[in-house]
Design a binder for this molecule. Structure first.
Ligand code: KIV
Ligand code: NA
Length: 275
């Protein structure tokens, strides 16, 4: 199992950090078998698994439920769990209680929170309590309603400077990595030059120290919208469709189950249920 101490070493060696999301036991097991460096139990859960149209409805209970399943499937992989919308935005000590609960109950190795600014004292409390935190800057999906959608961030000088300032502030208080979502590639390059903390990009070009993708996007599983920055590495959805169609046909035509797939009495045995 990797620890927070391993990622700066990977950054140093330019050994790219590979992160993918997982939300349940089988996906976690598959990711662990491929020895990814980190698994993220993302609140993207809301869209790709629970069928909501944003991350807003995802609850702390949802994150704990799915985080525990992922932990059972990936006992030896560094697991990051997202804190969901609204769960860390009020009183810092209330937020700390939520964080402690999610950390303890899921067995996560780190928690991820979006943003910096007013949240810095809250994040610092978590780190001081012994909870490694991963930051998340650039596009923050929990802010989509305020931003007016899911847009590329940091396209103006002012925005870009704010993102860099936030990143440095997060580094300063000791986050163990920062995810940058949907920012121009050149900006990721500039930021990466100025940070010691490992960076993980999504829709941020290839300049970050690592990459993260949503499991269902990368493998094309499901019917949700797939963003432009995703490469589809498999077509799992098509395979599943085909499998269900074949199963249906086999049942309808009586081909399944075959004699081989059935249980039989011994040769000289018979039963009668008619008394
Ligand atoms: O919830 C999620 O999957 C994420 C990644 C997109 C970074 O936060
Ligand atoms: Na997320």
């Amino acid at each position: 199992m990797k620890s927070v101490a391993d990622f700066p070493k990977m950054k140093e060696k330019q050994d790219k950090i590979v992160m993918i999301t997982a939300y349940d036991y089988p996906s976690a097991k598959l990711a662990e078998e491929q020895e990814v460096d980190m698994i993220l139990v993302g609140d993207s859960l809301g869209m790709v698994v629970l069928g909501y149209d944003s991350t807003i409805q995802v609850t702390v209970e949802d994150m704990i439920h799915h985080g525990k399943a992922v932990r059972r499937g990936a006992k030896d992989t560094f697991m990051v769990v997202d804190l969901p919308f609204g769960s860390y935005h009020g009183d810092p000590y209330e937020a700390l209680k939520v964080a402690v609960r999610v950390f303890q109950e899921t067995g996560a190795n780190a928690l991820k929170v979006e943003g910096a600014g007013n949240l810095l004292p809250t994040i610092q409390l978590m780190i001081e309590a012994g909870i490694p935190v991963v930051g998340h800057l650039g596009l923050q999906p929990q802010q989509a309603a305020v931003l007016g959608g899911y847009k590329v961030q940091g396209k103006t000088q002012e925005d870009a400077e704010k993102i860099l300032r936030d990143a440095k502030a997060l580094e300063e208080i000791g986050v163990c990595a920062i995810v940058f979502e949907c920012i121009p590639k050149q900006m990721m390059f500039e930021i990466n030059q100025q940070l010691h903390v490992p960076t993980i990009g999504i829709g941020a070009g290839n300049e970050a120290d690592g990459q993260v993708l949503v499991f269902h996007d990368a493998l094309h599983y499901g019917h949700h919208h797939i963003p432009k920055f995703v490469q589809q590495f498999a077509d799992v959805g098509a395979e599943i469709e085909l499998g269900i169609a074949k199963y249906k046909k086999a049942v309808k035509t009586g081909v399944f189950p075959s004699d081989e797939q059935s249980f039989h009495l011994k040769e000289n045995q018979s039963i009668s249920l008619y008394g």
